[in-house]
Design a protein around this ligand. Structure first.
Ligand SMILES: [Zn+2]
Length: 729
């Protein structure tokens, strides 16, 4: 039955309200007790999905319905020692003889139950199974189009939004979501021994002109977006409740994409009651993109989820930006490097290939890297169960400062975060993300310092939380327009944190710009006023590179560095400083009690990201080291580009070293990172812990270590693609 506009209005009344009469009974069906079979070795009463660390997935295509590779498939994932597999239920094509109307069977299925066979084969090998649904797409059956036209997303000209022949995208506002998907989940619950449901391809920011959506209004408008988010939140709750009807230990997860841009979704809101998070950026986002994007998305997801599970998908196939070789293996070190990043950052490794028949017939090269890494990981499983991060500094990630910030520049607003990330990786300082919705004493207690990379939007409550953090001894580094707007993006007359930093706004941001006739741009420089920790490494110069944008603040005799006005860069005869360095501060630093406070009056972070001048990276690293004082718990010194991530684990401590040293660290695909020699590791242990054994887990060797008091030192002779120093107590 098609949904009329009146039906839609009725549906809407229930959906747009935050709490509905329908939603509440569903919520009450979630029992609190945990079933005995889900009890795991790691944590006595944890459901299974909170303790697993390895997942495999072979996505099926419709022709796979006639594949005879079920046992080969199950044997492979068993050999890789995965603890669960994601198994295709699918959206436009069913891989089992579903009785749900309009759930189109693969034409190759011919009554077979491929899904059921795979569930059985996996279970026989002790592997959990969760159903991988795909509500975002649907078969364009002529009868379906006539019966449920509103199930489909429409373009303005009335055409369907299609991604493949006979397949089109679906509209989130329709009963395809509120009725059809729960019907499929009920059928799965009734007939199969599944352990959860994951929904791919949804939610997304859709642009739809179906009759329902036309009534709501412009799909690009804020009002439409708000209704869409309400609808998504309601549906997530509905699906979760439906999945949990089978067992309270099953999980539901949708696909929120992942990463700093949050796929345009209100991720904080949508993850408040989430059981688990799927980070689905499977490979680098562009041909030019840093190698560490997977570690970054897992760290960011952890800021949303806390100690709830985060799984990150690694593609084993080739991709370069918008181009995909979907059934050709990426034979570089990239897939292994991404799995290592997930493991290091505390996520569940999820390795992925497309094609049951193709993956075990045509291109089989993806198998060895997955089996090698995952089975190695299984052997060392105990070292990947983390109790808490050893990072002493966290970057505050503010969604609103990305989405609602009226920046003076046209470039990406996440560049501030990217620049800070890059500077900290280069400096080998372990760090986490903290979400700006999570600024409270409990969450911040473990950190000596917070970094605010142009957190332009700050509410009064957030300001107070940061002031309180400083009162209790926390330190801050902020850049550019941090706190110059309230939470709605309305400009403040002065910095919200002005008193803390001892700064006052003195005008609007200024861009260093070139002459119109001069194609080469000049830029601000920074004059060094004070010598000390903030100018370390700049001993042989009186000035350093500056940022593109500066935020004018009131002159201060106390500034560590000040701006030098840009001057021509051509012809050489004109390249000289016309005026003495200004008294306009570029960086101010002060101490208040035991707190240290640094403000950078420019976009040092995003300029570092966009232009890559090492002075800016060093300036940021100097400032972070100064505000950390001596609290950094883990130091790894030596040559090479390494991301250091460290944890207190269930078996002791783990120091992860992700080696990014190679020609393709920022572009394309890492072939094989250069093997690094001697890395000196120094770990400051908490709570008087005694180390009894140290191992280089990736190499599979024990390591000689020295412990003096609470300080452990180890020389790691070489680091290849990855190393984990496991310290057992
Ligand atoms: Zn629509």
């Amino acid at each position: 039955m098609s949904m009329t506009r009146r039906d839609f209005a009725r549906l809407g009344a229930g959906i747009w309200m935050a709490t509905t009469a329908e939603a509440q009974p569903l919520a009450r069906t979630i029992p609190e007790a945990r079933s005995a079979d889900a009890q795991q070795a790691h944590g006595s009463s944890q459901p299974w999905y909170r303790t697993i660390k390895r997942i495999g997935q072979t996505n099926f295509n419709e022709m796979d319905a006639k594949s005879n590779k079920v046992d080969v498939w199950a044997d492979y994932w068993a050999s890789a020692r995965v603890q669960a597999v994601a198994l295709s239920v699918s959206g436009p094509v069913a891989f089992y003889p579903s009785k749900v109307p309009f759930f189109h069977h693969s034409p190759y299925l011919e009554g077979r139950d491929l899904f059921g066979e795979c569930v059985h084969a996996a279970k026989k090998r002790g592997i959990r199974v969760y159903a991988r649904m795909s509500p975002d797409i649907q078969w364009t059956d002529p009868q379906l189009l006539e019966t449920h036209p509103l199930w489909f997303r429409h373009n303005q000209d009335g055409s369907l939004q299609s991604s493949a022949p006979n397949i089109a995208f679906t509209c989130t506002m329709s009963e395809h979501y509120s009725k059809q998907q729960p019907a499929i989940i009920h059928e799965l619950n009734a007939n199969y021994d599944i352990d959860g449901v994951y929904m791919n391809g949804w939610p997304t920011i859709q642009v739809c002109y179906c009759d329902n959506c036309k009534e709501i209004g412009d799909p690009h408008s804020a009002a439409y977006r708000a209704m869409l988010m309400n609808r998504v939140e309601e549906l997530i709750n509905l699906y979760k409740a439906t999945v949990l009807e089978k067992s309270p230990d099953n999980f539901y997860s949708c696909n929120l994409g992942g990463g700093l841009k949050e796929s345009g979704l209100e991720q904080w809101r949508l993850t408040r009651d989430a059981l688990w998070y799927t980070a689905d950026n499977q490979s680098r986002s562009g041909v030019v993109a840093p190698i560490w994007q997977d570690a970054q998305q897992v760290k960011f997801a952890r800021a949303l989820m806390g100690d709830r599970p985060v799984a990150a998908v690694t593609a084993s196939y080739g991709r370069a930006g918008q181009i995909m070789w979907r059934q050709v293996t990426d034979t570089t070190a990239e897939p292994t490097c991404r799995m290592a990043q997930t493991a290091a950052a505390g996520g569940i490794v999820w390795y992925h290939w497309l094609g049951l028949e193709q993956g075990f017939q045509e291109d089989r090269r993806w198998q060895a890297p997955g089996r090698d890494f995952l089975s190695w990981h299984a052997k060392n499983d105990a070292h990947f169960h983390n109790k808490r991060s050893l990072s002493k500094v966290a970057i505050v990630a503010s969604s609103r400062s990305v989405t609602a910030y009226k920046a003076p520049y046209p470039e990406d607003r996440t560049d501030h975060l990217e620049g800070m990330y890059a500077a900290l990786v280069e400096a080998r300082i372990p760090f986490d993300f903290v979400h700006d919705e999570d600024l409270n004493a409990k969450r911040l207690a473990g950190y000596s310092a917070l970094i605010l990379p142009n957190v332009a939007l700050l509410s009064d409550a957030q300001t107070q939380a940061l002031e309180q953090y400083v009162q209790t001894g926390g330190s801050l580094l902020a850049t550019f327009q941090t706190g110059l707007f309230d939470e709605h993006g309305t400009p403040r007359s002065d910095f919200a944190l002005g008193k803390l930093f001892g700064i006052q706004k003195a005008g609007e941001p200024v861009r260093s710009s070139s002459q119109k006739t001069d194609p080469i741009g000049a830029i601000h420089l920074q004059s060094i006023r004070k010598r000390g920790p903030l100018s370390e490494g700049f001993e042989e110069t009186t000035w350093i590179a500056g940022p593109v944008w500066r935020q004018p603040i009131a002159p201060s005799a106390d500034a560590d560095m000040t701006f030098i006005k840009p001057y021509p860069v051509y012809p050489p005869e004109a390249v000289y400083q016309r005026e003495v360095p200004s008294d306009l501060p570029s960086i101010v630093a002060r101490e208040a009690g035991s707190s240290r406070l640094v403000y950078m009056a420019g976009d040092m972070d995003s300029s570092f990201w966009r232009l890559d001048h090492p002075d800016l990276g060093r300036q940021i690293a100097n400032a972070v080291r100064w505000i950390l004082k001596d609290s950094n718990a883990v130091d790894v010194s030596g040559d090479g580009l390494i991301e250091v991530i460290a944890w207190e684990t269930e078996s002791g401590f783990a120091v992860h070293m992700l080696n990014y040293t190679g020609a393709n660290a920022y572009r394309g695909h890492m072939r094989k990172p250069a093997t690094l020699t001697e890395q000196q590791v120094r770990v400051v242990l908490p709570n008087g812990a005694r180390i009894r054994k140290a191992s280089l887990l990736y190499k599979g060797e024990s390591a000689k270590f020295t412990q003096n008091g609470n300080i452990v030192t180890i020389t790691v002779p070489t680091v290849g693609l990855y190393e984990v120093l496991g310290l057992e107590v």
